[in-house]
Design a protein around this ligand. Structure first.
Ligand SMILES: [Zn+2]
Length: 156
C-alpha cells in the first residue's frame, strides 16, 4: 500500500500524535487531555474511522505540545490500545503505549446517581482500577463497579 494512502494525517514538526484510538473515541480523548477546556492556540487535528490493519481507528494530533505521560495514561481508560508518538523536527523521538493508572481521580463521574460524588458536594469522583481487560473501575465512595461504555459515557 502506498504511504500517502495509508497515512491520512500530515506530518507535524513538533507535538504529540495519539494513534490507535478506539474509533469514535477521539473527542473523549480530547476532553481527557484537556484540549477542549484549556485556552489553547495549538493546532489540533482529528481523524476518525481511519482504516488500519487492526480495524478502524481514530487519530489525534496536537501541534507544539508534548503531552505529559500521566495525562496520556488516562486515555487507557477508554482506549487501552492507544499509542503515543512525541514528534520533534518531524521525527518520532518517543513512542509509548498508554498504561492504566492504579487510581483515577476527577476524570470519570460515578454511574450511581445516589453516590456522594453526584450530590453537589465538593467531593471529586475517585476510583480504584480493579480490572484491566476489560477496564473496570470501582468507586471508592459507593463501591459501584463500572466498565466499558459505562466508563466512556461518563468521562467528565
Ligand atoms: Zn460512586
Amino acid at each position: 500500500m502506498n504511504k500517502d494512502k495509508k497515512i491520512k494525517i500530515t506530518p507535524i514538526e513538533y507535538g504529540t500524535v495519539i494513534d490507535h484510538i478506539k474509533n469514535g473515541h477521539a473527542m473523549k480523548v480530547l476532553r481527557i487531555i484537556g484540549v477542549l477546556d484549556k485556552k489553547m492556540d495549538s493546532i489540533v487535528s482529528v481523524a476518525m474511522n481511519v482504516n488500519s490493519s487492526m480495524g478502524k481507528k481514530d487519530i489525534v494530533k496536537v501541534e507544539n505540545i508534548e503531552i505529559k505521560s500521566d495525562e496520556l495514561d488516562k486515555i487507557s481508560l477508554i482506549s487501552p490500545r492507544a499509542t503515543v508518538n512525541i514528534i520533534r523536527n518531524y521525527e518520532v523521538i518517543k513512542k509509548h503505549d498508554v498504561k492504566l493508572p492504579e487510581k483515577v481521580k476527577g476524570i470519570v463521574s460515578c454511574i450511581n446517581n445516589t453516590c456522594i460524588t453526584n450530590q453537589n458536594e465538593p467531593v471529586e469522583p475517585e476510583f480504584d482500577v480493579i480490572g484491566k481487560d476489560p477496564v473496570t473501575l470501582k468507586c471508592v465512595y459507593c463501591e459501584r463497579d463500572m466498565k466499558g461504555e459505562e466508563i466512556s459515557e461518563n468521562v467528565l
